[in-house]
Design a protein around this ligand. Sequence first.
Ligand code: NI
Length: 141
Amino acid sequence: MPKTQLVRLSMSLDEELGHALDGLVRAANYQNRSEYVRDMIRERIVDQEWEQNAASVLGTITLLYNHHQRELCGRLTEIQHDAQVHILAATHVHLSHEICAEMIMVSGSAAEIRKLYLALKQPRGILHAALSMSSTGEELH
Ligand code: NI
């Protein structure tokens, strides 16, 4: 990949906002403001991909459920087979005698991934569901 040019920005902030920025940089253990602002921009780009229903994003769905719930496992499998996304990985962990945790990593359109997440969190027996919204990285530099 060719080395990209650096763009130098100089910006003005109110004193209070400047202090707030330095506080955020320190709290997140960044070495300097530039690194912090770069990551802030990348995070905003990823947020925007999801807000604008981008055609290609990466998501991870975490499910927590009681596997004694009748027909739940079969239902979860069925929902995944019907989803219009690519399932890249799925991991099942037996947390305790009755509780299972599942991690499903998917790529596809933001709208379809959200639809899958909402379908997976509905069935009786699901104790918690979370969607982690990430990116394919195409727009990140
Ligand atoms: Ni299990």
